[in-house]
Each structure stands twice: as C-alpha cells, then as structure tokens.
Design a protein around this ligand. Sequence first.
Ligand code: ARG
Length: 484
Amino acid sequence: MRNEEVGTRNERKELVPSSQFLVPNKKLWGGRFEKSTDEMINAFQASIDFDKRMYREDIEGSIAHAKMLAAQKIISDDDAQKICAGLEKILAKIDAGEFEFSVALEDIHMNVEKALTDSIGAAGGRLHTARSRNDQVALDTHLYMRRQVREIQKLILDLQAALVKAAEKNSDVIFPGYTHLQRAQPILFAHHLLAYFSMLQRDFDRFEGVHARADIMPLGAGALAGTTFPIDRNFVARELNFSAIYSNSLDAVSDRDYLLEFLSAASILMVHLSRLSEEIILWCSREFSFVELDDAHCTGSSMMPQKKNPDVPELVRGKAGRVFGHLMALLTTVKALPLAYNKDLQEDKEGVFDALDTVKFSLAVFAQIINGMKIRKDNMRRAVEEDFSNATDLADYLVKKNLPFRQAHEVAGKIVHACIERGVYLKDLTLDEFKKFSPLFEEDIHEAIKPETCVAARNSQGGTSYRQVEIQIDLAHKWLEKNL
Ligand code: ARG
C-alpha cells in the first residue's frame, strides 16, 4: 500500500483523492488533510501577530535561499529571478504598510510565500525547495537578533556617553559613599557614576557574545536532518554575511541558546539600570536631596499638588522584573524539549521581542534622565561635612604616625563616640582635644580630615582620587571612541 495512514483510516473507503469528496484545506501544507483548520485552533497556534516583525529578515533569507537554489541548479535562473523580484515587491508593500497579514496563514513565512505564489504563480512554489519552516524561522530569528543586538549596543554607548559627560561636568563634586546605606567614606560623585560606566562596559561585551552566537547560519538543516538536494550552505552564509554555519542540523533547528544568552545579558543589564534607578529615586527624595530630575522627565500627582515623582527610574526598576520573567519563561520552555523542533519553540519570540523593546526603551530614556539630571552639589557637600565619613582618615592619620592600624581604629572610634555624645563632628574638635586621645595628633590633623583631602588621598589604582577618576574618564573616552 502506498499510503499506509490513509489506507488504515479509510479502510472502507475507496482510495480516491480527498478533494473529490471533502472540503479541501487551503493551507500551504493542506495536502494530507481532510478538513480545514478549526477557527479557534487557527487563532491559538498562529504566530503572525508577533513574528511579522521579522518580515525583512524572512524576505532577505528567502532571497539568499533562492539565489543559492539557482546557483546549484536546483531551480532555474528564470524562476529564481521571478522569486527575487516578487519578494522585493512584497518587501516594499509591507514597508509601505500595504500588506495584509492573514492569521489563517499562521506565520510570517507562509504569509510571504502565499503572497509570492499569488503574484508570480508556479515559480513561487519552488522557493521552499530544500527548506523547512524550522530552519527558516531559525534563520529569521538569527538575522533579526544580530541586527537588534547592534542597536542595543549603540544605546548602551549613548548611555555611557551621558554618564561620562555628567562625570566630567561634576568632576570635583564630593558626596558620601555608602555601605549598608550608611555613610561610609567621602567619594567623588563622578567615581560613583563611572562605576555604572564599567557595568555597562561588561553589558556591551556580553551583547558582543550574543551577537557572535546569533551570527551562525542555521539554514540548510531542513526540518531536522538536512536535505536530499545538493544545497550550498556556505553560499547562503556568504550572501547573508554570517561568520559560521551550524555544523549539526538537529542543533541548528533546536538551538535557542543565543536567545537565552540574549535574555541573560538583557536581565543583567536591567539589574544595572535598576540599581541606578533605585539610587536616583533615593537621591531625588527630600531625605537625600542630592539630585533633581528635569521637569520634562517627571510626573505630578492628581491629588497632592507638591509632588514631582521620578516615574521613569521607577518604571525602569519595575520593568527589570518582566525581563527576568522572560528569561525564566524561555529556560522553562526549553528545558525538557526533545530534539528537534517542537512547536513549544514558537513561544521564544514574544518574550524575546518584549525584552528587546523594554531594554531599548529603558536605555534610551535613561540617557535622557542622566543628561537632564541636576546635581545638588551643596547638599552633597553638606552630607560629607555633617557626618563621620572621614573617620577612616582619622585612623589612617595615626597609622601614618606609626600607630598600628588596630590601635588607631580604637582611638578613632573613641573620638567618634565622644563627638556623638557632645553633638559635634570631628572637624569641630581642637588640637588639644584631639591630643587627649593620642599625643600623635599635630597641627595637620584638621587638614587631614577635610573631605577634599580624604578623597585626594585615595589614590590607589581604581580609587576615588581626583587623579584616578581623571584616568577613568580618559579610559572611558578611549572605549567610546573605539566602539562608536
Ligand atoms: N511559527 C513557527 C515558529 O515560530 C515557525 C516554525 C513552524 N514549524 C512547524 N513545523 N510548524 O516556531
């Protein structure tokens, strides 16, 4: 028997073409079906609503595939030309917003292919030779991610540039550095901003890795096992500017690592933006009053007339959660999937697209926030004067007069305690009062505990001194120049 399945199911029927007695299924894959797809099932399984955003990549991929088929004499040059011209027209139509996507055609691949056949006839039906939607969707997504990652990297650089600009503009501004959210030591505000520059540098590098993994060409894997046609995968890779091709067809159609890597890199980036958001929110509060955001970047309250709320950093902090969620969702989707393609994999796109949009939008608004942020220098300055963040320097002073650090720490601690009892700060003590705690104190003690002195003295590599921050700014510029 030629077709066992049909034979078994239609035991009592004559083996006749189904179209003679049943409603035909109009799908591109409708041949073996007796019924057309249920409406609700159509809606449930269609991905066109979200994968249509890969239309450009889908068409570029198809053009490269058609050219390769012709070069390998799998289809005629004439057919390939018709296919390519037809695809270009479809691209222009979609670009112009004049293309009607159909849910019944499931996804971007079949929407484009159907439009092609409608416009050029039988030649269109040759495009899918030696190809499956499984390797096609993998190709589209690789192309799409490759492009998107570059856009994200550009936005990272823009935010980094905003941070450097703010650091340079405020290069002498001192404010308290914190540990445990308790004032710890005076630092340069620029040093604090540049810490985020460094984090973003690693983010940029992580996306470079995502790009490298997206830059591998899956087409030619067919549905899972390769194809019987004499295709040339390197031709397609060259056409589309890929650095490498997948060496295993099963892996090529099943791999979603590069998307997991993207979501991981995106999550870590969002952690960084969220931490800075949290700090900006604190700094804007009356309690800190270290910065003020531009009016154009804040909103008011419908009830409380005095409010100016830092909604943007709050939202970025909030949106971090949804990006983490997408990472967890995809990890869970993939974790128990047998090879090779399973429809579960269609679930990769919405989360990835949403993460892309979220990350890009967050980076763009954040650069604006930093550019528009006013620094309240005087409040920052007051914060390091009216506290004990110079107590380490008091201890270090004694160490430099040859007292062992542990003893110096004890003496300084006693002095701080005495000051707190009296309601004064270290700078308020006279030399005689200092001397009561240790004979090592001399005239230069008041100079030694000034915030400027404390900052300037932390000149170890990567420290907060003016010199070290200058070096960081210099390196930052070099990095931006190299990558912009
Ligand atoms: N829309 C599908 C996806 O995004 C394309 C691949 C479908 N392949 C299949 N054999 N049904 O995964």
